[in-house]
Write a protein of this length. Structure first.
Length: 128
């Protein structure tokens, strides 16, 4: 009985501590997995860097506009649907690339996870 209460207490404590800004990892250990936070979608893709960078640029240009970009650093900043969007593309290994899409609205105060998810999925669709 004591063991069950201890396990229940541990689980409740874990749930309490993991709420809020913590990342929820979904298959992040394998290539192709992704993570979700309040305003960001992150995935590791088995693709080359250049196609991911080009697809990211095209999607932002199609949906809004680019304010700042640095291909060498893999950083893209723009505005889509009145939300600030930041995209990071980075080489993880020879065969994998990390793609991060972050979106915030209302003067950068409110996370816009729906937009981040939509842009992330549009980039993936463009890569197919």
């Amino acid at each position: 009985m004591k063991k069950n209460l201890w396990i229940l207490g541990f689980l409740l404590g874990f749930i309490f501590l993991s709420s809020g800004c913590a990342l929820f990892l979904i298959g992040a250990g394998a290539a192709g997995g992704y993570a979700i936070s309040d305003d960001e979608i992150e995935g590791v893709l088995e693709k080359k860097y250049d196609p991911i960078w080009k697809a990211s640029r095209e999607i932002v240009i199609r949906e809004g506009f680019i304010r700042l970009e640095d291909r060498n650093r893999g950083y893209l900043e723009g505005e889509v649907r009145k939300s600030e969007v930041k995209i990071e593309v980075s080489q993880v290994t020879d065969r994998t690339v990390r793609l991060r899409v972050r979106a915030r609205k209302s003067y950068k105060l409110v996370p816009d996870l729906d937009l981040a998810n939509d842009l992330y999925n549009r980039i993936l669709q463009k890569l197919k």
